[in-house]
Unconditional design. Structure first.
Length: 187
């Protein structure tokens, strides 16, 4: 498999961002951005660290693209409208029990509200296009920036548990938003 051309994974857009489906051609930039301690420390420990050379390509080719083709995961690259050739992050939806959305954005673009914009459009895709009844998002308690996004979205913590992250073992929270709660916030 060399690319993801499934029409079920559309290009999405926000005021400032273009969200393009992840492709094999994105591997070099993915590798470059994700191999940063500050980017990965709160990712679960199933991600190898230090991030080995070629892991971005392997992950996209062997994990992400097959899951996208099977409609089990939906991965988009984040790009600014005024620089659509440059990937600045990734946002994903996953058909998993307690973790349906994840994201990361490179340091130069953090703290600008861009991830919040991306979350809005993929959450809409989750509830409207995929017709899911609930969105659950797992995150390290120490990941304050990610927690603030969930709070702004009106999510509530429904579960706390120990989890192994790249930075070590710590508490993880699972945040939840139902379709009804999301719809009530759309008016």
């Amino acid at each position: 498999m060399t690319d993801c051309t499934d029409p079920f994974i559309p290009t999405l857009s926000t005021r400032r961002l273009l969200l393009l489906p992840l492709t094999l051609a994105d591997a070099p930039r993915y590798q470059q951005l994700i191999a940063d301690w500050d980017m990965v420390r709160y990712i679960t420990a199933n991600m190898p660290w230090p991030y080995p050379a070629g892991e971005g390509l392997r992950y996209i080719r062997e994990d992400a693209l097959p899951a996208m083709a099977d409609a089990e995961e939906w991965h988009w690259t984040l790009r600014l409208h005024d620089a659509p050739e440059t990937i600045i992050g990734v946002i994903s939806l996953m058909d998993e029990c307690d973790d349906n959305r994840s994201f990361w954005i490179a340091k130069p673009w953090q703290n600008q509200g861009l991830v919040g914009e991306a979350c809005e459009v993929v959450t809409r895709f989750w509830f409207q296009t995929l017709d899911r009844p609930v969105l659950r998002v797992a995150k390290a308690v120490a990941n304050e920036a990610s927690r603030r996004i969930s709070m702004r979205e009106g999510m509530q913590v429904v579960l706390r548990r120990d989890q192994d992250f790249v930075c070590g073992r710590m508490q993880e929270e699972v945040w939840e938003l139902t379709r009804e709660q999301w719809l009530a916030r759309q008016t």
